[in-house]
Design a protein around this ligand. Structure first.
Ligand code: FCB
Length: 476
């Protein structure tokens, strides 16, 4: 008996602008990531791969063919894309006046973008970039692909973040990106503008992709711009990125028309991995696994949905940490899920990761049951509709992808049919091989692999399998 998914279930792939756009024609993006991956010190220090996004798959030019693959070869009815803030506003929007309210305790609590500010933003926006994004989104709609559009999938405009200066001397650097609350104001303007200019073409909006990775890899692991390792800075960025959702939510609700006429839908995308103690009988391993789940999976969603900012990480939002006026709303939660992480205690609160088992090319442990766990978890806790916004595997040999896909979709189906989780769609990461941030091109997540010279898309073994699932809306 084939196992059906609910009617109207969205099937798609996810790509992100910085990772997929470059490769043909126009390239440079005026973003911190662009500067970061070209920086000689980062390259010689091994912080980045030394490969460049301008050798990428070239979606900016080749999008008609890619969207056709999604529709016709994969049988998809949806696609998740992102737009590059720095392409739309290559120069500063700081001079555009908006009304910024403060809650009296030093937190920005409200941002009002009015018609006049909108005109100022229109003057500053890069008309050619806006036109191209409209063409891309229109093409997706013409093919009857529902569009989920992410505002912030990591690159910041360089005028907001001088990542190299921050790397070298953060205390004295001028433009500090998400460390600076003023970035929230610019983000709200960008959200308002994007809502106004693209709202008629967008079915679902995602504000921020993975508040956790965007702050952890930048400020704790030292891998993303600005390459620092400082817990306090990490918490500051985690806080601001979580608050950013609310301000963008408000603007999108105000400025984005809903093409379906059923209200603009705006959610956040969280990466929720599955944490298990290495030894379930050892209370210290259990405590470390629980703390991972709290810090990585729960903390930011509590902030987004309730305004709970547990800055001292004692597990409760105390009086000064409760900021319900920052929780502006959230219509759905996007779940990015990739792996199981087994945790063994050590002297740190987070413990260390156990690295063994059936892994992808980059050591991410395959454990499909974890997807059902996090879907149940997120629904029980937050009671919001859920989309799986990313799930996939780095598999250059193309030997594990089919099993990975079938295994995870089996658990997804169980979460819906047995546990009653309202999962509304699944977006596989990713359509075609793309630029994997500091790791470059060796990491191959694509359902299609890409020849870096000819840009030819070559289907992996998972393509016919995914097509069958998407077009029948069922699992074999
Ligand atoms: C996620 C990111 C995405 C890609 C995948 C592999 O954390 O959102 O851009 O890098 O991992």
């Amino acid at each position: 008996m084939p196992r059906l998914f609910p009617e109207g279930f969205l099937w798609g792939t996810a790509i992100s602008s910085f990772q997929a756009e470059m490769g043909r024609g126009e390239s440079a993006s005026a973003s911190d990531w662009w500067t970061w991956v070209h920086d000689a010190v980062n390259i010689s220090g091994g912080r980045v791969s030394g490969e460049f996004p301008e050798d990428g798959p070239g979606f900016w030019e080749l999008y008609p063919g890619d969207l056709r693959l999604a529709k016709e070869e994969l049988g998809n009815n949806a696609v998740r894309l992102s737009i590059d803030w720095a392409r739309i506003f290559p120069a500063s929007t700081e001079a555009v006046e908006v009304d910024v309210k403060n809650d009296g305790s030093g937190n920005i609590s409200g941002i009002v973008v009015d018609e006049e500010a909108m005109r100022g933003l229109e003057d500053l926006a890069d008309a050619a970039a806006v036109r191209r994004y409209r063409e891309i989104l229109s093409e997706a709609r013409r093919l009857r692909l529902k569009v989920m559009l992410t505002l912030f999938h990591w690159p910041l405009p360089a005028w907001l973040h001088d990542a190299v200066a921050c790397r070298d001397d953060v205390a004295n650097a001028g433009r500090k990106g998400w460390l600076d609350e003023a970035t929230l104001v610019e983000f709200a303007k960008y959200a308002a503008y994007a809502g106004r200019r693209f709202g008629d073409l967008v079915d679902l909006w995602a504000t921020v992709n993975e508040t956790r990775i965007a702050s952890e890899y930048a400020y704790l692991r030292g891998e993303f711009p600005p390459g620092l390792r400082d817990f306090d800075l990490f918490m500051a960025a985690y806080r601001n990125l979580s608050a950013a959702h609310g301000f963008a939510y408000e603007q999108l609700k105000r400025w984005a028309p809903s093409p379906g006429g059923d209200g603009t839908k705006v959610g956040v995308v969280a990466v929720l991995q599955y944490y298990e103690p290495e030894n379930p009988d050892d209370p210290k391993d259990v405590a470390a696994a629980n703390f991972n789940e709290y810090l990585w999976n729960e903390w930011s969603l509590n902030a987004v949905t309730r305004g709970d900012y547990d800055m001292d990480l004692d597990g409760v939002a105390g009086p000064g940490e409760r900021l319900p006026h920052l929780a502006k709303g959230c219509d759905f939660i996007g779940v990015n899920h990739y792996l199981r992480q087994r945790v063994r205690h050590d002297e740190s609160r987070l413990g260390e990761q156990v690295k063994e088992g059936n892994c992808s090319d980059i050591g991410w442990e395959i454990h499909p049951r974890g997807l059902r766990y996090v879907l149940d978890w997120v629904w029980r806790r937050y009671r919001l509709p859920v989309y799986v916004t990313e799930n996939g595997i780095a598999d250059a040999q193309d030997s594990k992808r089919v099993r990975y896909l079938l295994g995870y979709l089996d658990e997804l189906h169980r979460a819906i049919s047995e546990d009653g989780v309202p999962v509304r769609g699944y977006f596989h990461w990713t359509l075609m091989d793309s630029y994997e941030w500091n790791k470059g091109f060796g990491t191959r997540f694509g359902l299609y692999s890409v020849d870096r010279v000819t840009k030819k898309r070559v289907p992996t073994r998972a393509v016919p399998v995914y097509r069958e699932i998407c077009s029948s809306n069922s699992l074999p």
